[in-house]
Design a protein around this ligand. Structure first.
Ligand SMILES: [Zn+2]
Ligand SMILES: [Zn+2]
Length: 175
């Protein structure tokens, strides 16, 4: 086929595609479905011919959408934490704190640190809890009470409660 005619034919095709975009799309869709190997090869070919530009584009897009991506993850992780904390009672088991940012999940029988190292920190841990169907041996604590629990005497809240109990019973310590 002479070059001129091919060019003309292509121009004609383009014109027709513009006139009937839905037909063109359908034709394209069918071609893609029937020629997966050709499509793959063409993509690969295109990539290698424009490799530097493709890498640059992908880098630019990565940077451009960085904020949006971070925000998305932040929101997703917050929702996940909300769900986990709510499922385990929604407030600190020790002092009743309800502010989500102050709350965390604590392993009832200790060994939390080791366990968290195994399943990961933060959202990975929350994912794990959700996936396990929220196992019962966890509780909500605020960071203060979590720290307090680690000390040999237990959380100061708990200590004070015990003191009050002891006072109420009229016990003033051994002499
Ligand atoms: Zn607390
Ligand atoms: Zn406490």
């Amino acid at each position: 086929m002479p070059y001129k005619d091919k060019e003309k034919a292509n121009a004609n095709k383009r014109k027709n595609n513009k006139l009937h975009p839905e037909l063109a799309r359908e034709r394209q869709r069918r071609y893609r479905a029937e020629h997966p190997e050709q499509i793959k090869a063409a993509r690969r070919d295109y990539y290698w011919r424009h490799r530097d530009r493709m890498i640059e584009l992908s880098r630019k897009s990565h940077v451009k959408h960085r904020e949006a991506r971070l925000l998305y993850h932040k929101q997703h992780n917050r929702e996940l934490k909300e769900l986990v904390i709510k499922t385990y009672g929604g407030r600190c088991t020790c002092c009743g704190e309800r502010e989500l940012d102050f709350l965390c999940i604590d392993h009832l029988n200790g060994g939390g640190t080791q366990h968290r190292f195994k399943v990961g920190l933060g959202s990975r841990f929350y994912h794990w809890l959700k996936k396990q169907g929220f196992p019962p041996d966890y509780q909500v604590l605020c960071y203060n009470c979590n720290m307090g629990k680690e000390s040999p005497d237990g959380c100061p809240h708990q200590r004070r409660r015990n003191e009050v109990l002891v006072l109420r019973k009229g016990y003033h310590g051994a002499t």
